[in-house]
Design a binder for this molecule. Sequence first.
Ligand code: ADP
Ligand code: MG
Length: 383
Amino acid sequence: MIKRKKVVKILKYIKQGQTIGIIGGGQLGQMLALDAKENGMKVLVLDPNPTCSAGQVADAQIVAAYDDFAALQQLAKQADVVTYEFENVDLAALEKLEKTIWLPQGTELLKITKNRLTEKTFLKEQGLDVVDFCEVNDEQELKQAVKKIGYPCILKTCEGGYDGKSQVNINDSADLNEAGKLLRQRKCILEGWLDFSLECSVMVARNLAGEITVFPVSENIHRNHILHLSIVPARIAENLQQVAKQAAVKIAKSLDLCGVLGVEMFVGKDGRVYINELAPRPHNSGHYSIEACDFSQFAIHNRAICGWPLPQITLLKPVVMVNVLGQHVCAIKKLIQTKPSWHFHDYGKDQALLDRKMGHVTILTDDLDKTLVEIEETKVWSD
Ligand code: ADP
Ligand code: MG
């Protein structure tokens, strides 16, 4: 049983002109900051990189490591409300600061979601479907776990992984050696491989008054474990969309969520919805909402942490969102000239490294199939 500290949070209303502090200066922080500026807030970012994405659009930046306690104290002092844009923040430092900092998302949410084992155990305890999983600490336990779960399976570090990093697919005993190497680095979880029919996600948000709002279901296509594109609405039956949304709402309630939460799911060939993982923040698969919904995931997150009321979300038009990775950047710059109705987002990162998320493209459409063919035909993403 996951032990949880019940924290009673008072409602606090953050007004226009006050300051939102964001821990983390990546693209999620940047898009949060852009929305916050539109709404008349001041934005202070904490990130070690002086040219980080969010710092470029914020009022000010504290250039420091995420676990620099003095810097976090400075952020707490200068900001009226603090949020985080990724889960690998320093939990212990935030817990220490919780009395002096207004952190409506809280640290309990972080504690559960930053560790895959705690997260999956929590989801299972909520009665939700998850793949078979097992804690694995050494090679002996790995052998036992593989015996129990069976091939194919996947070994992941409990903490710190993203975009498929720190994961090893295990198809047969020949892969155990590679898995052993990962295990020697960190504590791991072994998961059964689910032969799903598709992947989807739901962004859900809640404020401390208990209002909940849910975004439309996004169908997600990954390449090399990295999100390639999102299609909204997901091409699944209406009743499955409802199951997915209800699961997201259930999770939001049971976590006493404040802010936006991304819920990644698999739709199994058995027609069941399995929860894959949670992101306690805006999520890549929710970027489509900037143009395709009446409120973006960033706007809703800011509203929730500022204690503003939450609207119900309307999808204005079907949409495809495609990620731009380092290897796509050159071709994308040329593509802008040929696609007047596509929305090109660039996060302003200076190094276009292989597989690094550099931007995304949003395409509103009345014909999803035609748009998917159009994306293929550009050959930008045929790597
Ligand atoms: P992260 O997104 O943090 O890198 P995920 O657990 O979401 O880690 O894994 C990345 C992708 O790998 C998933 O979106 C999915 O495509 C695939 N994947 C991960 N775990 C499984 C699993 N147990 N069964 C099938 N596919 C999986
Ligand atoms: Mg994921």
